[in-house]
Design a protein around this ligand. Structure first.
Ligand SMILES: Nc1nc2c(c(=O)[nH]1)N[C@H]1C(S)=C(S)[C@@H](COP(=O)(O)OP(=O)(O)OC[C@H]3O[C@@H](n4cnc5c(=O)[nH]c(N)nc54)[C@H](O)[C@@H]3O)O[C@H]1N2
Ligand SMILES: Nc1nc2c(c(=O)[nH]1)N[C@H]1C(S)=C(S)[C@@H](COP(=O)(O)OP(=O)(O)OC[C@H]3O[C@@H](n4cnc5c(=O)[nH]c(N)nc54)[C@H](O)[C@@H]3O)O[C@H]1N2
Ligand code: SF4
Ligand SMILES: [Mo]
Length: 708
C-alpha cells in the first residue's frame, strides 16, 4: 500500500533499531492528534511484534521540532530564522570559496544510519562525486564498522549471511557483546518464545554484566571487558583438542588454517579462563555445546564491534563458524545485529569514508570508474584517497584544516568519545552545519547553520534491516513548517553548485532507482527493487537482481560456499588477542563500560517525549559492584564522581551484584541538554580504536571512583 500525507493509514519500518519491525500507522481520530503505531502482521521480519519504542513512536513526532533554517555568523550569537534561499546561498558561497582556496579536502559530512538510503545516496554523490572529497563518514563508524571490516576480511565482502528464520532453526545461540533483550527486543522475544515451547535453543551470553539477556541464558560468561578474542581463541583450542574441527570443510572452503591452529594451541583453557576471568568449566561447557551443535548461530553487536580489536574479534567469530562448518545452511552462521534502522542500507550505498555504492571501495580504480560513469561525472572526479573517518575529521578541525563540517541525523556532541576535545575541535571550525529534526540538541550549541529536516513519516524512502530486508517507509505526515527531506536538501545544493543533470531527481523513487542500478552484479544486488515493487509486494530481501519475482530474494548468503574472495575461499585470521586499549591501572582502577537501556533511544531527542520511557528510566545511574562501592566509600543512591584521564562526571550510584567486580556501567543517553539529569558518559571515554575499522573503543575506559 502506498500512502500519501492525506491517507489515514500507512506502513513503514520502525525508525529505531536494526531489527526493523514492520509498523502499521493509524491517523489520529481528530485533527492535531497523534498517529498510533502497532505491529504490521504482514511484515515478514517481525510478524506483528513491536517493543515499547516502536509502539510509542507516534508520541515523538510532533514536539520540539525545527521548522525553519537558522543562522548565526558566530556561535556566541543567538540564531536568526532565515529562508531556504539564504541558507543555500550561504552554503554555495562558502563551498565555492573553499574549493577555490583549500580544495575539497577541507569539506566533510558526518551522516547517520538513521538516514533513509536515498538521503545517504544523495549526500555521497554530492561530496564524493560532485565535489571530489571522500570525507563522508557516518555514525556507523561508531557502530557497525568493525562488522563491515570483519565480514569483508573473512568473506571478501560485507553482508550478513543469515536471516531471522535462523533464530528458529539454531540449536545453540551465542549472544556475544549484545544485550539483545533491551536493544533488539523483538528478536529476543522470538528466541524466548521457542524456549517457552520447550523447543530450544540453548542460549549462551558473553557480557561482563548480568543483563535481561543473560537472565534467560543457560550459561552466562561474565568475561572481563575486552577479552572476547581471547575467549574465542580458547574455544578454538578446545575445538582442536576435541575434534571439533571440520577438516574437510576447512580444506575445501577456507585458507589460513595453519596460522590459526598455531594461535589457538597457545590458548590453553587455564590461560583463557584466567585472562577472561571466568571458570574453566564454563569455557569447556560452551565448547561441548558448540561441538555437539547441529546449527550454531552467533549474534553480536557493540560489545564486540566497539573495541580496539573489533575487526579481529568479528573475524574471530567468523573463524569459529568456518572451522566447524557452521555457515551457509539454515540456523547456522555469524550474524551481526545492526544497531540503527538503516545501518545496513548505509553500507550498501557506500556511506563510510572508504566506501562507494554497491559494496565498492574508493581505493579500487575500477570501482571509481564504474561509479563515476553511473553518476555522470568526468573520469577522475572521485578521489582515490580514502576520506577522513569521523575521528580524523575531529583532528582535522583541531588543526584548522576543515572549513565546513556538516552533521546530519546524528548528535556527535553526545555520542563521540572524548567529548571535551570534540567540543574544542568543533568550535574551531568556521562553518558547522546541522541537518536535524529536533530543536536544542547538544550539537546545535556549536552550529552556525541549522537546516530543519523532515524525518521518518514525513518523507518516503527505504530502510534495510539486519536480515537484509528492504522496507519502503511511506510519507504519511506533512513535515512541520519548512522542514525538508535530507536527500532533497543535498540534491538542491548539488543543482545550485552547477550539477543540474546529476541531481535532477523528481522524487525519492528516482533516487532509489539510480542507486539500485548501481548494484547490478554486486553481492548486495538490489537491481530488481523499486519503490513501486516494494509498495505493491511489501518488504523484500536482497540479493534481488533484476527479474527476481517478489518474495524471491535470498534468505541466506554463501549457501553455495563460494566466497567473493580472489580464491573463492573464505579467509581465516590469526590475530593475537590484545585486550583493552586503556587497561585499568593504580590511578584508574576500574573499567567503565557504556551502553543502552530498553526504553531510551541514544541521545533522547525522541524518547525524552515518551512518558513510558521516562517512567521506566527516570535518571542515569552508575552500576557498581558492592565490593567496588565499599572500597570507594559509596552507599546505594549516593552521588559519585567518576574520573578518567579526560574528565569527570558526577552521577548517582546503583549498587548491584549484576556487574562484574572491577567494572562499572553508565547509560549513554543523558547528554548535556538533559539539564540537571545530564551525565555525559562520553566525556570519560577515549577515541583509541580498531586500526582496521577505525571504530573507537566506546565500551571501555579506565576510571576512578570517589564520593562526589
Ligand atoms: N533500547 C535501545 N535499543 C537500541 C538502541 C538504543 O539506543 N536503545 N540503539 C541501537 C543501536 S544504534 C545499537 S548499536 C544497538 C546496540 O546494542 P547492544 O550492543 O546490545 O547494546 P549496548 O548496551 O551498547 O552493549 C551491549 C552489551 O555489551 C556489553 N559489553 C561491554 N563491554 C563488553 C566486552 O568487552 N565484551 C562483551 N562481550 N560485552 C561487553 C555491555 O555490558 C552491554 O550489555 O542497539 C540498538 N537498539
Ligand atoms: N560510549 C559510547 N558511545 C556511543 C555508543 C556506546 O555504546 N557507548 N554507541 C555508539 C553508537 S553504536 C551509535 S549508533 C551512536 C548514536 O549516536 P547519535 O547518532 O548521536 O544518536 P541519535 O540520538 O540517534 O542521533 C540522531 C539524531 O538525528 C536526528 N534525526 C532523526 N531523524 C532524522 C532525519 O530524518 N534527518 C535528520 N537530519 N535528522 C534526524 C535525531 O533527532 C537525533 O538528534 O552513539 C555512539 N556512541
Ligand atoms: S525491536 Fe527495534 S525495530 Fe522492533 S519495534 Fe522495537 S525498536 Fe522498533
Ligand atoms: Mo549503533
Amino acid at each position: 500500500m502506498v500512502s500519501d500525507p492525506a491517507s489515514s493509514a500507512a506502513l513503514a519500518q520502525c525508525p529505531y533499531c536494526g531489527v526493523g519491525c514492520g509498523l502499521e500507522l493509524k491517523a489520529p481520530a481528530e485533527p492535531g492528534g497523534l498517529w498510533t503505531a502497532r505491529g504490521d502482521r504482514h511484515h515478514p521480519s517481525s510478524l506483528g511484534q513491536v517493543c515499547i519504542k516502536g509502539a510509542t513512536v507516534g508520541e515523538t513526532l510532533h514536539p520540539n521540532r525545527l521548522t525553519t533554517p537558522l543562522w548565526r555568523a558566530r556561535i556566541d550569537q543567538p540564531f536568526e530564522p532565515i529562508s531556504w534561499e539564504r541558507a543555500f546561498t550561504i552554503l554555495v558561497e562558502r563551498i565555492e570559496a573553499t574549493l577555490a582556496t583549500k580544495g575539497p579536502q577541507a569539506l566533510a559530512i558526518y551522516g547517520s544510519g538513521q538516514f533513509l538510503s536515498e538521503d545517504y545516496y544523495a549526500a555521497n554523490k554530492l561530496l564524493k562525486g560532485a565535489l571530489g572529497s571522500n570525507n563522508f563518514d557516518a555514525n556507523s563508524r561508531l557502530c557497525m564498522s568493525s562488522a563491515v571490516a570483519g565480514y569483508a576480511r573473512s568473506f571478501g565482502s560485507d553482508g550478513p549471511p543469515c536471516c531471522y528464520d535462523d533464530l528458529d532453526l539454531a540449536d545453540l545461540v551465542l549472544l556475544i557483546g549484545t544485550n539483545t533483550a533491551e536493544c533488539h527486543p523483538v528478536l529476543f522475544q522470538r528466541l524466548l518464545k521457542r524456549r517457552r515451547k520447550g523447543a530450544g535453543p540453548r542460549l549462551v551470553v558473553v557480557d561482563p554484566r548480568a543483563t535481561a539477556t543473560s537472565d534467560a541464558a543457560d550459561l552466562h560468561l561474565a568475561i572481563a571487558p575486552g577479552t572476547d578474542l581471547a575467549l574465542l581463541c580458547g574455544l578454538g583450542h578446545l575445538l582442536l583438542e576435541r575434534r571439533g574441527v571440520d577438516r574437510a570443510f576447512v580444506a575445501a572452503h577456507t585458507e589460513g588454517f595453519a596460522e590459526l591452529e598455531t594461535l589457538w594451541w597457545a590458548w590453553q583453557p587455564t590461560r583463557t579462563a584466567a585472562v577472561c576471568g571466568i571458570a574453566e568449566a564454563d569455557l569447556r561447557q560452551l565448547a561441548d555445546w558448540w561441538i555437539a551443535s547441529q546449527a550454531a548461530l552467533s549474534l553480536w553487536s557493540m560489545g564486540v564491534n566497539q573495541s580496539r580489536e573489533g575487526t579481529a574479534t568479528v573475524a574471530g567469530i567468523c573463524n569459529l563458524h568456518l572451522v566447524s562448518g557452521q555457515i551457509g545452511r539454515p540456523g547456522a552462521g555469524p550474524f551481526s545485529l545492526t544497531g540503527q534502522p538503516n545501518a545496513m542500507g548505509g553500507r550498501e550505498v557506500g556511506g563510510l569514508a572508504q566506501l562507494l555504492p554497491g559494496y565498492r571501495s574508493v581505493d579500487d580504480p575500477a570501482h571509481r570508474a564504474e561509479v563515476e560513469r553511473h553518476w555522470g561525472f568526468a573520469a577522475g572526479s572521485i578521489s582515490p584517497e580514502p576520506g577522513l573517518a569521523v575521528w580524523p575529521q575531529i583532528e582535522a578541525m583541531e588543526r584548522g584544516e576543515l572549513d565546513l563540517w556538516w552533521v546530519a541525523a546524528t548528535n556527535p556532541l553526545v555520542s563521540l568519545p572524548s567529548l571535551d576535545r570534540v567540543r574544542a575541535a568543533v568550535a574551531n571550525c568556521p562553518l558547522v552545519v546541522l541537518s536535524e529534526a529536533y530543536a536544542g540538541t547538544e550539537t546545535e550549541a556549536l552550529t552556525h547553520l541549522v537546516l530543519p529536516a523532515a524525518q521518518w513519516s514525513e518523507k518516503a524512502g527505504v530502510m534495510v534491516n539486519s536480515e537484509r530486508r528492504v522496507t519502503l517507509c511511506s510519507a504519511f505526515r506533512q513535515p512541520p513548517g519548512e522542514a525538508r527531506a535530507d536527500w532533497a536538501i543535498f540534491a538542491e545544493l548539488g543543482r545550485r553548485l552547477g550539477f543540474e543533470a546529476q541531481f535532477g531527481w523528481p522524487d525519492a523513487a528516482a533516487v532509489y532507482a539510480e542507486f539500485v542500478a548501481l548494484t547490478t552484479g554486486r553481492l548486495c544486488d538490489s537491481s530488481g527493487l523499486s519503490h513501486g515493487l516494494l509498495a505493491e509486494h511489501g518488504p523484500q530481501q536482497w540479493p534481488f537482481p533484476a527479474g527476481t519475482a517478489p518474495g524471491g530474494g535470498s534468505a541466506r548468503l554463501y549457501v553455495d560456499l563460494a566466497f567473493p574472495t580472489p580464491s573463492g575461499k573464505a579467509r581465516l585470521w590469526a590475530d593475537p588477542p590484545l585486550g583493552l586499549a586503556e587497561p585499568p591501572c593504580d590511578s584508574y582502577p576500574l573499567v567503565l563500560t557504556v551502553g543502552r537501556l530498553l526504553g531510551h533511544w541514544h541521545t533522547m531527542t525522541r524518547t525524552a517525549h515518551v512518558a513510558r520511557a521516562l517512567k521506566a528510566h527516570p535518571e542515569p545511574l552508575l552500576e557498581v559492584h558492592p565490593s567496588d562501592a565499599a572500597r570507594a566509600g559509596l552507599a546505594d543512591g549516593a552521588l559519585a564522581l567518576v574520573r578518567s584521564r579526560r574528565g569527570a562526571v558526577s552521577v548517582k550510584v546503583q549498587i548491584t551484584e549484576r556487574i562484574r567486580p572491577g567494572t562499572v556501567f553508565l547509560p549513554m543517553h543523558w547528554g548535556a541538554s538533559q539539564g540537571e539529569l545530564a551525565c555525559e558518559a562520553n566525556r570519560l571515554m577515549h577515541e583509541l580504536g580498531c586500526p582496521i575499522s577505525k571504530q573507537p573503543e566506546l565500551k571501555a575506559a579506565a576510571v576512578a571512583l570517589t564520593p562526589a
